[in-house]
Design a protein around this ligand. Sequence first.
Ligand SMILES: Nc1nc2c(ncn2[C@@H]2O[C@H](COP(=O)(O)OP(=O)(O)OP(=O)(O)O)[C@@H](O)[C@H]2O)c(=O)[nH]1
Ligand SMILES: [Mg+2]
Ligand SMILES: [Zn+2]
Length: 352
Amino acid sequence: MCPKLKTGGNKLKEKLLNLGLNEEIYNEYRNDSEGHIGRVIAEYKGLYKIATEEDDILAKVSGKYIKGVVDTKDFPAVGDWVLVDRKSNKNGDGIISKVFPRKSVVSRKVAGKRLDTQIIASNIDYLFICMSANNDFNLRRLERYITIGWDSGAIPVIIITKIDLCENLANIKNEIESISYGIDILYVSALENEGIEKIDKYLFKGKTIGFIGSSGVGKSTLINLLLGENIQSVNNVRENDQRGRHTTTHRELFVIKEKGVIIDTPGMREIQLLDNINGINDSFSEIIALSKKCKFNDCKHNTEPGCAVREAIDSGNLTIDRLNSYNKLIREALYLEKKNSIKEKKVKRKQV
Ligand SMILES: Nc1nc2c(ncn2[C@@H]2O[C@H](COP(=O)(O)OP(=O)(O)OP(=O)(O)O)[C@@H](O)[C@H]2O)c(=O)[nH]1
Ligand SMILES: [Mg+2]
Ligand SMILES: [Zn+2]
């Protein structure tokens, strides 16, 4: 426990420490004279469930707060620390007046043509990117998730699930290792209780783990195992029948007593990235390192002479799929960047 987290000589309620409150956020809160601190543990269309030092209460954002909202990402999200006007539900629903600065944010672009950002979870320490070793396995999709991970400010960890269903794990291992520089990879089977103990090294009081991945990969099953009880529903329909169905329908935060916090999320169908090139560059760090060795600074790695990227492809040290994937994600990000700058100009013009 952090001994410095005290309120006027009284130790802060153990519950907030178990929920992941740290000194940084607590100091922010202390500067606010009005209200109580709480963490958003679930969200239901405009209504938030907040864990406070006393109760779990339902709350809405204040009218004043809504006036300051520019993008959907300005609304509270699961994982956020917020300022609410009450800490028990004795007097009805609470009012949220502030979201404390987010330490990390897992987000993507809202599916479809809109430019809005959707926050998947916030204030996460480790992002568990879950992909199953059977039919969900897709290296190009994994690259997208890794990019979201590096973008978020959390530490990405790859969790390959359902290894009991995979006949050729060695192949999968080789493929993943070729694209996941500097990322821990765990291979697990919830069904056969295999590899689960390796997750222990990420479970600490005060730390938060977020789970993301496609529907049906076994996120909630794994979470139930870690919680030691069947809190989250899982899809019990046969493997082939479950396409398109989401068992988990909303994001929710759970405390594992003395061992940290876990956020479950519904499976994602589409993973559209934001316009952040940095996350892509972090995920494709070997291509960035190679391109520094190209003869021309602005090498496009097509037919230029002295191209270190092409040389790596020719010598089998880099796959063409990997380069194509990098180019595709960069093109997407640049396109979004352009659209976003047009949108910002429009907003500014309106404000003048
Ligand atoms: N064979 C096998 N099946 C598993 C394993 N883990 C989970 N499953 C099964 O996979 C199905 C889906 O599991 P869920 O935990 O609901 O998946 P999810 O990722 O939470 O899915 P959404 O909530 O829709 O995003 C269930 O039928 C589980 O029993 C595993 O390690 N091996
Ligand atoms: Mg689920
Ligand atoms: Zn080049």
